[in-house]
Design a protein around this ligand. Sequence first.
Ligand code: NDP
Ligand code: AKG
Length: 479
Amino acid sequence: MTDYHNFIDGAWIDSDQRNQNINPSDTDDVIGAYAQADSNQTESAIEAASRAFESWSTGGIQQRADALDVVGSEILARKDELGRLLAREEGKILPEATGEVVRAGQIFKFFSGEALRAGGDLIPSVRPGIQVEVTREPVGVVGIITPWNFPIAIPAWKIAPALAFGNTVVFKPASNAPGSAWALAEIISRAGFPDGVFNLVMGAGSVVGSALLNDGRVNGVSFTGSVATGQRVATDCSRRGAKFQLEMGGKNPLVVLDDADLDTAVECAVNSAYYSTGQRCTASSRFIVTPGIRDEFVAACVERLQGIRVGHALGEGVQIGPLVDQQQLQQSLDYIEIGRAEGAKLVTGGERVSCDTPGFYLSPALFTGTSNEMRINQEEIFGPVASVIDVANLDEAISVANDTEFGLSAGICTRSLGAATRFKRESRAGMVMVNLPTAGVDYHVPFGGIKNSSYGPREQGRYAAEFYTQVKTAYIQPA
Ligand SMILES: NC(=O)C1=CN([C@@H]2O[C@H](COP(=O)(O)OP(=O)(O)OC[C@H]3O[C@@H](n4cnc5c(N)ncnc54)[C@H](OP(=O)(O)O)[C@@H]3O)[C@@H](O)[C@H]2O)C=CC1
Ligand SMILES: O=C(O)CCC(=O)C(=O)O
């Protein structure tokens, strides 16, 4: 088994403690032992990032663009190998994992270009003879805290814009899936960034994450993960005036109207709720269905789900891999019991699946006879579990869709332009999908939600500049 170290101030640094990364498709397969930083090592990384900031932020944008481009090219060239690693450590199936790696490579390429395109405004003053210049400057040292469910794409869409706009980075990946993060860091370490500009600090959230949140030298924190941890990020950062950005949960609705194309609706439902084993913040777990299509839709979903192959993420023809670990598996099983106790009817799935290798397998579960107030329809399950909620019409569908503390993505299947337009306008969500799954987004457009799903500026695309820069307004009168 190989040991993987942290990357601090341009050097690979070992720690006394290790975290073993286990393959959720085969718990006998240990992927590696990953160094666990303590608070002193985290402080060294913050100190290095702080020292490197001055010259990196004022240095040439060509150097930034070139280095980001090198990272993107290497990720794309190694997509098959990195995809296998990702599938092995996180449990999403190989095509999804390889797709995620490609997305990460494309993100670095995109932000390589953005480094060169950063601009400002020159605005005439209301006072004659004076010019007002609006420019964007980097924020400083940025702490990046990421989850396990997109272990290379989410780090990519935070690290690439941070570096492109002249910030320095201390990156803390999830303990559940450090392998892809380490591989990304190793690529970045050889891409031409000066020492200290990028630092990888693997370790427990309560140690490394907490140190990042509470250190006055960390000027901004970008976080994706649970609502509970997101709230802690918010409290700690606001206490000391640091900038922060949060991407958290979802309870995303998929509305299916009578006039929907049935095949499209079933495809959208199955993809949204069950692909990536339901472990996406954009996953749909509430199918909100009108009466004219309801029975056909449920029957077609059940047939499709019963034909789905659950198994090892690297297995040929497998469509759904395991949950990421025992805790996530147990969380889904618990919600299945909660749903039953609430009076919902489990029409298919929700059972542990035995495969050739020991892993956290669960068959895709669908409830009917549910109402929106039930806990299974209000709380994020983050597993392959969804419910059908019966509604009378579009009015009720919109009202039920919006009746949640979350607001990340929302989908509708319909052939009516009028219904789709109204849903788009009235959805209390940051992203709306029409005849498309609620999950699976492009890498070059804004990503994020409202209500308890997100806080702060949008991520991704050119909108990422909002978080990773701050605006300076200068008034200039030629002497
Ligand atoms: N919106 C999304 O995309 C995601 C949502 N979730 C939701 O969260 C639930 C729990 O998943 P989990 O992985 O525990 O999510 P967490 O929010 O605990 O983890 C996300 C990141 O935050 C870090 N972290 C944990 N505690 C702290 C802390 N005190 N200070 C700073 N950083 C910290 C974690 O580190 P470490 O890994 O070391 O604990 C990880 O890097 C899931 O069931 C799901 O509902 C989970 C993942 C992604
Ligand atoms: O749906 C997607 O493509 C992205 C989902 C995501 O970012 C997440 O689950 O954290």
